[in-house]
Design a protein around this ligand. Structure first.
Ligand SMILES: *Cc1c(COP(=O)(O)O)cnc(C)c1O
Length: 467
């Protein structure tokens, strides 16, 4: 046993070996030294536990390869690109929407150069960071005013804090949902200092429920998009229009948390999905203030967008909390470019990746699956059985939760391992490839994989199956 410990090279000798290796020359020496130390601790642990038993386990070639792999995995960025082959377009765990090229270029400009972020080029004096997108938001949605904050959760928080702090906010019991990542309306409400007043039953809420709950302490009526939760069967919700009528009669603002706000009228473009109102519709129906995410159906960067009536928006702008949840310049740059695409809905459909992926046609997906399959067949030497079959993709992000999007998957079977093992191994490839298992077969959905990524998919499969 002691012999094996003695065979481990010293940190210094390993460091000097590596000093001529180009892969490590750009890395801080102290950091490599730390990693080597950690690696040697691991080796001693393996000798103790019996994972390393013979001198041969420690022969220089093997040892160097093992160290190389260790250094590679521990020195690369932790936050990395992955390939999303799940077919879930707005995948919250994989970064939600990806940006269009113009938006990415705008981010590049904004971060490498100075900008007029809070500087008016008209007056040469201090300007407002919100001015860059407010006009666009109004033009697209028809609202009187708007502002943007860090994300939709903070948008809901500041709206409630501004309009209903210390007052009651009336919400239907059917809308008190938890959205992924533990965003719960009752919790957000408590933080804002507004008091939740629940009305109706889980499945049914009526106009008279709201009317009966209104009193001198009522600050607002709130409607919440239930996102990935649906009540089916015997149920009734009060529409926004009806809420606005009640609000107008009583002089109470009506707030809507739309979740995944959408500017694009899918129906008008021939995509007959389950009914989801657009932001334009909600504004037209007279909402006082509505908020939604920038990185869900909109296909932009993470942001919380608030639009509505000027009197309420100007109060929100003055709330000191605004400073704590403000949007940063890179996000603002990406958001403005993305919003500009929506001035022409055809352009938005072509250029916004999220919309492009959602509106892909089944016949094009079938072709893409065929192309991917033959590329894999040609390039991945290990034994694989490939199939194409029909299935469904998902929009994700709580939008159109029940909507199936017809697609074609490439199913991959390995002779050496089952689908779970293949799936796990693909998490370790470079870049990682995230797929899904359907009927015990590991599958790739071409809806969320661009054709430029196909060769990377083949590489990842080779890496996973040949190690
Ligand atoms: C997604 C969602 C949120 C949270 O939005 P973020 O932009 O992630 O902060 C809030 N409310 C609803 C209804 C949602 O769907």
């Amino acid at each position: 046993m002691t012999n094996l410990y003695r065979l481990l090279p010293s940190v210094d000798s390993l460091l000097s070996d590596l000093s001529s290796d180009v892969n490590y020359q750009a890395m801080p020496r102290a950091f490599i030294r730390d990693l080597i130390n950690d690696f040697l601790v691991l080796c001693r642990e393996e000798i103790r536990s019996g994972a390393i038993t013979t001198e041969n386990d420690l022969n220089p070639t093997r040892f160097r390869a093992k160290l190389g792999a260790y250094l590679k995995t521990h020195s690369r960025p932790h936050f990395r690109r992955v390939i999303n082959a799940t077919g879930v377009v707005i995948h919250t765990n994989l970064g939600r929407s990806i940006l269009n090229k113009k938006a990415a270029e705008a981010v590049w400009e904004a971060c490498l150069h100075y900008s007029n972020l809070e500087f008016s080029l008209d007056t040469g004096k201090r300007g407002s960071r919100y001015s860059h997108v407010e006009e666009l938001l109004c033009r697209i949605t028809g609202a009187e005013a708007g502002l943007v904050v860090n994300n939709n959760a903070s948008a809901v928080l500041i709206i409630l804090d501004t309009l209903a702090k210390g007052k009651e906010v009336i919400v239907s019991r059917g809308q008190l949902v938890e959205i992924g990542g533990s965003f719960r309306i009752p919790d957000v409400m408590a933080k804002s200092g507004a008091h939740l007043k629940e009305v109706g039953a889980t499945n049914r809420t009526h106009i008279h429920d709201y009317e009966g709950a209104i009193g001198p302490d009522t600050g607002a009526l709130l409607k919440v998009h239930t996102s990935n939760f649906r009540i089916i069967g015997f149920h009734r919700e009060v529409s926004l229009k009806e809420l606005v009528e009640i609000g107008n009669r009583q002089g109470i603002p009506v707030i809507e948390d739309m979740g995944s706000g959408n500017f694009f009228d899918f129906d008008a473009h021939g995509y007959h999905f389950m009914p989801e109102p657009t932001v334009q519709r909600v504004v037209k129906d007279g909402v006082s203030v509505v908020s939604f995410s920038g990185d869900k159906l909109l296909g932009g960067p993470q942001a919380g967008i608030i639009v509505g009536k000027r009197e309420y928006i100007s109060q929100i702008k003055k709330n000191p909390m605004n400073r704590a949840i403000r949007i940063d310049k890179m996000t603002l740059a990406a958001l403005e470019s993305t919003l500009r695409l929506y001035l022409d809905s055809e352009l938005a459909m072509r250029e916004v990746p999220t919309l492009r992926m959602i509106t892909m046609k089944a016949e094009d997906l079938k072709k893409a699956a065929g192309k991917l399959k033959s590329l894999i067949k040609r390039n991945v030497k290990s034994a694989v059985k490939l199939d194409i079959f029909q299935s469904q993709s998902r929009v994700g992000g709580g939008a159109f939760p029940e909507q199936d999007l017809p697609t074609y998957l490439v199913g991959i079977k390995s002779e050496q391992m089952n689908s779970e093992e293949l799936k796990d191994r693909l998490l370790k490839t470079d870049p990682p490839l995230i797929g899904r298992i359907e009927n015990e077969v590991f599958c790739l959905d071409p809806r969320t994989v661009s054709s430029e990524e196909f060769s990377m998919v083949c590489d990842a499969l080779s890496q996973a199956m040949e190690t």
